[in-house]
Design a protein around this ligand. Sequence first.
Ligand code: FES
Length: 684
Amino acid sequence: MNSTMRQWLLPLHRWSGMTVGLVIVLMAVTGASIAFRPQLDPLLNRELLTAPACISRASLDALTASAVAARPTAQLDYIRLIAGGDGDARIPAAMVRFTDQGFVYLDPCSGAVLGQRHRWGGLLGTLEQIHRFRFMPNGELITGTSALLFAIVLIGGGLYLWLPPSLRGLRRAMRFNPRLQGAARTASLHKTVGLYASVIVLASALTGLPQAFDWSKRALYSMTGSAQPAKAPSSGPAAGAPRLPLEQLWQRAQALVPHPQEALIHYPSRPQAAVEMYLIAADAPHVNARTMLDLDAYSGKVLRFTPYAASSLGHRLYFWTLSLHTGHVGGTAGQLVLMLGALCIPVLAYSGIGGYLRRRRRRRPSGRLTLKVRHKSVEAEGICVFDLEDPRGGPLPPFGAGAHLDVFLRDGRMRQYSLCNDPSETRRYQICVQREAHSRGGSRAMHDDVRAGQLIDVSLPKARFALAPASRRSLLIAGGIGITPLISMAEDLARRGADFELHYCTRTAARTAFRDRIARSPYAARTHFHFSDGPAEQLADFAKLLDAPSPGAHLYVCGPPGFLNVVCATARQNGWPDSHVHTEYFSAESTRTADDAPFDIRLAASGKVLHVASDKTALEVLLAAGVEVPRSCEKGVCGTCVTRVLAGVPEHRDLYLTDAERARNDQFAPCCSRACGAELVLDL
Ligand code: FES
């Protein structure tokens, strides 16, 4: 994925969400409320919108006369008739609309006036007025423009931003992860809901465009090579001839379109105007499938008759978009889908805007930095390198070779990664992450979720594995991804002209990070690669490498536990003093044994005593009791969980504390260490 694209798309998506998105939320909420208007309105306004069923109907002329009597000064626009269902006790009222958008509702049987209401009257009418922004001039411009931006920036851009870089990430991104906390949970909700709702809301937004913009409607006709419907032809009144009764014209229309579901009959506004009718045939494919009929008002002659099925493709598409936009395709299921899609919009707004504000408001603990991922690249098979920089391009706190960063992932987890660039660099931190086959989420999240352009929280650099100041010669031995702190040390030593040698053991050349960088470096000649799948003569011979340490020589080893154990044991056998052997583990084997004894931990602050059963760790017991303990590796490697011990003797099983620290017995790693006695009192 193009990171530059993401860098400008993300803020655009965010700011559009907080501006245009709010208009869309209003439209969506009101749209969802009126999705079932055709069914709800007659229920809510039974006496106004329905009348008792009858055998014979009043003539249209009688209905018109009643409406005019109710509103003598208003100008007639059209009459709308809706067929009732067979056997229904009540049938829809006839509606006469006036040019001021006022309606008179009539009993279609008796012609009695049931009441009056403005087009936007009543609860649902008001909601529709808000939905269409008709409470202000040119409201359709606002709704149309918002829908267009929504479709392009928020939905299209959102999907682009959502798209994970890998197939594995794709599967995870399609599911809401309820185990996440805080902002990560909100982001997961936003992405999942956005993904599934996008099809519906995109369809709804795009199908609303032809209603809002004339250009869009014209484009629909021209794209399909269809001519826009011509103006209604004129009637030709014979001198002094009276118009035919409307009822007679209506009978004529029904002869052409028997038992229409709905009819809308315009009153001629001029003496020469034809009587224009829109009819929805009984077998129409959707509620807006209009058949157009124009009758001569004086002779009843058919001036134009275009059944829906025979109308142009552009015409049919236009009315399909209208039905799709209002959810009137597929019956109640279509309305339900539209309503659910619309209701997803406030959820998206809440999760998008709320999540963003929460992240901004979140108090950054002291000692933390928010950095921008400037660059992410694949360094070797299953290994990615991340370049981090100050978002404003400023200098970063200095670090020493071998230092690491705590990286705070969005889901609340924390992982530690060694800095692998030259410590003389002041504006960049570089970390390198290997995707672990049995990742508990850290390396997987770094590979799948962290992208260039993104902000990421990290700690200040921490130096736990550092070059000894007085070393005369340094021997660096890396196992696999253990190269990360050692390459930083190599850069530092090479720049200072120090005497050193780097031995780098990996399984295969393909899984060897920094090969090119080392090959181009000034210390290339001092670096020796050892590939497990290579010829025997190039394999590392630790006995030879560590033979007879020279005075002032220091050994630095980083890699998996088995590798470290072998190197350290060989060094010890060859007489390397412990103080000259520096190690950093990046994973550990389980320290649990069948003989693990239970013990109690007493919390100094509350006096509470917690029992650690033989099959539990102190960390598990503390977390289960609601005691928040920072943690990362949970294997005794990183030191994140190390807690002060006020009384009792710990049985140290971690790989983090130094021998001197262990001997003091005033701290322990609850993720793996246990107690020598029955109780430990912890400073918690
Ligand atoms: Fe890493 Fe305990 S969590 S040492």
